[in-house]
Design a protein around this ligand. Sequence first.
Ligand code: PLP
Length: 452
Amino acid sequence: MTRTTREWQAADAAHFLHPFTDFQALAAKGSRIITRGEGIHIWDSEGQQILDAMSGLWCVNVGYGQQALVDAATEQMRTLPFYNSFFQTAHPAAIALAETLAELAPPGFQHVFYGSSGSESNDTVVRMVRRYWDIQGQPQRQILIGRHNGYHGSTMAGASLGGMAAMHAQGGLPIPGIAHIGQPHWHEHHRTPGTPEERAAFGLEAAGWLEAKIQELGPENVAAFIGEPVQGAGGVIIPPATYWPEIQRICDRHGILLVSDEVICGFGRTGQWFGCQTFGAKPDLITFAKGVTSGYVPLGGVLVGERVARALIERGGEFEHGYTYSGHPVACAVALANLRLIRERDLVRQVREDTGPYLAQAYAALADHPLVGHAETCGLMGALWLVRDKATLQPFGPEVGIGMACRAHCFGNGLIMRAVGDRMIIAPPLIITRAQIDELAARIRRCLDLTL
Ligand code: PLP
C-alpha cells in the first residue's frame, strides 16, 4: 500500500490508539512512520536511515532482516500455523524450544511455561508462586515484593509488580498482595561519583531494604521477590556487584522464591545468556520474552526451576492457568531459529568479550561531555545521566525536560535513543560491530552537543 507520510499520519491519528501515549498530543504532531529495517538500521517513510540503538523495544537482538527467522516462520505456517497445547496435545516446535531453553538456562531449569509477552510471563509468575505456596501448605504466603521504578509489564498483575507510579495512578493498582522496596540506584541517593568501596557498601544497604520489608510484612507471609538484573525501562539502573548476591542470601534465609525478570536481560544482553548469571544470582523462576524471538513474533514464558517444578508436577494437580497462544508453533519455530543464529554467530561471547567492553570504552569517552554526569554500561545496555552541573552533579529539574530535548535531537538526526527522565539509554542489537559502535558514539556526541 503506497501512501504519503501525511496520509499515513492521518489514518494513524484517526484509528490507532498507541500504547503509553497522549493520543491528542501525538495526533497534533503526527507519528513517525517506520517502514523497514535491515541490520541495526531502520528507515522512515521519508527515506531517512536511523540507527536503532534501542533494538526496537529492547528486543531485535539479531537485528532486522534475518532471513533464517523469516524462513522458519514461513515453513511453520505452511506445516502447522496453530495448534494448542491445552488438551493433551503438543507439537514439535514447542517441545524442541523447551528442550533448547533448558539447555541454555542456568543449571536447575528443566521446564518452561509459555505465554506471548513479558507481561503475561509475569502474570504467570504471580499465579505460579502463590500456587507453589498453596501446595507447600503455606497458603498465607501471598505477598510478592518488587521494586520502585521496576517494570514488569502492563497487565494488572505485571503493572502491580512493577513500581511505576504513573501506572499505579491509573486503574487502581497495585492489586492486593504486592509490596515494593527502593531500587539500587546510587545517584538517587548520592551526589558524588562514589568510590568502588562506597558503591559496594551501597549495594548491601539497598539489598538490606528487602530484609527490612520482609520483617515488616512477616517472613511467613512473603511468597517471592522479583527484580530485573538491570532495571531497564527504569533507566538502565546497573546495581553494584554486591547487590544480587546479598538479595539471594536474604531470600534463601527466609525460604522466599527469587524471580529474575529477564525480559530485557535474557539471551545475551548482559554478556551471558541470562542477566542473573552476570550478577551472581540463582533464581527459582526466570521470566523471558522479547529477545527469545528477537521480537520477530511475540513469545514469552517462565523458566521454572527445580524447586517449583517438582511441587507443581508431583503434587500440584491441574494448574488452572494458560493462554490460547501458550507455545504458539510459529513463535516457537522463530525462537528456535533465533537462538540457533545467536549460537552460530557466538553473539553472547561477542557481547561479553568484545562489543560490550568496546561500548564501555566508548561510553567512558562520552563521560567527558559537559552534559554527562555519569556514563555506564553493562554488556550492550548503556545509560548517560544528563546533569546541569557536572562538577557538583546537580541534576536538571523535571520541568526542563532535558531527556526529551536530547531525544528529539536524536530523533531528528538519525538515532533512536530513549529518554527516561534525565537518563538517555540504549540497548543496540547484539550484532552491532565495533565500527558501528564508533558511529553510534559519534552520533550520540553530536546530539549531546545540539542539546547543550
Ligand atoms: N519485564 C520487563 C523487564 C520489561 O522490560 C518489559 C517490557 O519492556 C516487560 C516485562 C513486559 O513485556 P511486554 O511488553 O512484552 O508485555
